[in-house]
Each structure stands twice: as structure tokens, then as C-alpha cells.
Design a protein around this ligand. Sequence first.
Ligand SMILES: [Zn+2]
Length: 288
Amino acid sequence: MKTNAQINPLWNEKKIKNYLPHMTVPEVDDFLSKSDLVIIPIGALEQHSSHLPIGTDFINGVEQCKLIAQERDILVAPVLMAGQSPYHMAFAGSITLSAETIVQVHMETVESLIKHGFKRFVFMNSHGGNRAITTFLVDQINQKTAGVAVDFGVAINPFLKPDISEAPQVLDRHAGTGETSDSLYLMPDLVQLEKATATKLTLPKHLENMIPGVVDNDPTAKLLFLSEALKAEETGKKTSTIEMTETGVWGELNPKEATVERGKKNIKNVVQASVKFIDKWNESIASS
Ligand SMILES: [Zn+2]
């Protein structure tokens, strides 16, 4: 046992099972004798107001993948921290990558892993701005490689318990109470809840009029709202984050209302749904 004076004073990581960056070659070989399944988080490095870190989407995505990988043999292989976030660029620290870059990095990642014998890939996207990219990426893998890929959000959807999110009936999205609750559970030391404040939203009038429909989950309102909202300042849509909210929080609630209990419930639901999906996928292969 080394005393604290002998080791990196900043070191506080523990070796996590099935987490590729922590694994040795023999451990990867051993994993491959049991499973060919990989989960790759796609995150973002972007502003999350004053109470959540820039890496929120990346860190929360990786932490959820790790939790799933403790339940079933699925290899957690994060390769990219940043995502597509052009509409957050007015806030210091945000980084945005093109769709082409994100797709290319993950195509090459999958091709590398296929060489070692991995066959099945789950992409867990934890950032709204990457949604269409994830859909396209998954199809590219299925069309062009020997691997089989699925979009995590689509895959677990049928297995999620309904109405568990306790989502309030107001607009409450980026860096809002839901994301802050999840963060309180997944990365508690990085949340500064005392710095969370409510914001005043300044949306273009016609988008503001759509909010009741969006909150009510009306599919048309949601489709039109999200097609226009959260787009780069250069598009002229007046919907980049800074144009709609001074604090970077995109919602009508004070994120201070977030609770670790709500986050725990939500993440447990996601992990349980993931396990059910993985079991079903494994069964379908075993019986073929
Ligand atoms: Zn986020």
C-alpha cells in the first residue's frame, strides 16, 4: 500500500470493469471470449450554464455506459468528447465538431474494433445536437462494415418504464432540472447547485407560441419547434442559445429544483431498460 505522498495527489480513479481505457490486452481478450458487444457514448463539450461543467454530456454518457457494463458484458469504448454544438459557441469553452468529423472518427473506431473480433455496436448519444448524426452513423456502419450497429435511444425506448421522469409540464431542457438531476446522481462532485439560477427565455414569438404543444408532447409542435430552435447564430433563426437565454439554461424552471432522487430514478430506469434490450439481443443471436 502506497502512502499518499508517493502517488499523484490528483489521482482518484478506480479501475472500472469493462471500461476499455482501463483494460489490459489480456482483459480485452478475455472479454472477447464472452461477448462481441460494444457501447460507444457520443457526447459534447459545450456550455451548461454556471452550475454544470462543459463536459456534462460526455461525462454523463460515459458514466451511464459504465453502469450498464457492470450489469452485462458490454465494452465501454469512448473515443470522442466533443460533438456538434454550433449553437452554443457564444459561451466560452464550447467546442463544436462537424457531422463529417464525428461520423469519420466513429467509423474508424468501429473498423478498429471489428479487427479485434467485436461485432455489435450500441451508440449512446447524450446530446440532442448529435441525434441525426447518430442515426446516419448507425446506418453507415450497417451499410459499409461487417458490424451491426443500433442507436441506444431507439433500442431502449420500448423497455423504459413510462412516466417515470416526473417531467414538469413546462419547457425544461438544456441544463434544466432533468439534466441537473441526472448529473447530481452521475457526477455529484461536478455539480455546483448553489450557482444555478432561473433564466428569462427570449424565443422568437412563433416559437414561444408552440411551447404549450411541445410541453404536451404534440409531435407536430415538437418537430417544428426543434427544427428551428437551437441553431447556429449564423443561420439567422435567432435561436442560438445566447439569443434565447442569458444563462445558457434552456427552460422555464430554476435548475436548483433538481434532486439526486429524481436523477437516480431516471438513470436506474435507463440502466434497467438497457439490460432488457441487451438480453433480448443476446437471446436473438443465441437462438439463430
Ligand atoms: Zn447537456
